[in-house]
Design a protein around this ligand. Structure first.
Ligand code: HEM
Length: 128
């Protein structure tokens, strides 16, 4: 997962501040999305916080998400939302737009886009 030896993606990108900025950019797009916005609670800040901790942990940062939230079990945590291909595509597009706006190294950007695409597809739970 590392593009330089012994340095996590988390550290390469700049730690939790970087992931918080990525997630704030994502949620500022969700805030204006008429399909996704109703799925989330009124205050998007906690959702952004948990997503940042989860992604930081996934990309080699500290295990704060799991120590505070337990095992991620993301499919289970998304089961009570109706996630079809439209929700999946909108989620991915907002995350991709936020990521691209942060202008990281192209190879790492592609690796993260591939991960987000795969992870979002994995959470689809409702056929079209
Ligand atoms: C497929 C489209 C997706 C939709 C529509 C979606 C929607 C949601 C919603 C509505 C919540 C609840 C927010 C809250 O109550 O605060 C949530 C939580 C969360 N989502 Fe997603 N999600 C999607 C994909 C993903 C993906 C791909 C990831 C990870 C790469 C992810 C990670 C999380 C995390 C970490 C949480 C917080 C779980 C917790 O409460 O600890 N989601 N998502």
């Amino acid at each position: 997962m590392n593009s330089s030896e012994n340095v996590s993606v988390y550290d390469q990108l700049g730690g939790i501040e970087w992931f918080s900025q990525l997630c704030d950019g994502f949620y500022s797009r969700v805030a204006n999305d008429e399909v996704l916005r109703p799925l989330y609670p009124e205050d998007l800040q906690p959702s952004s916080h948990w997503l940042a901790l989860f992604l930081a942990q996934y990309w080699g940062g500290p295990g704060d998400y799991s120590s505070q939230r337990g095992h991620p079990r993301l499919r289970m945590r998304h089961m009570h939302f109706r996630l079809g291909s439209e929700e999946r595509n909108r989620w991915y597009e907002h995350m991709a737009a936020s990521l691209v706006s942060m202008e990281i190294e192209p190879a790492l950007e592609q690796q993260m886009l591939d991960y987000f695409s795969m992870a979002a597809s994995h959470l689809v739970n409702t056929p079209d």
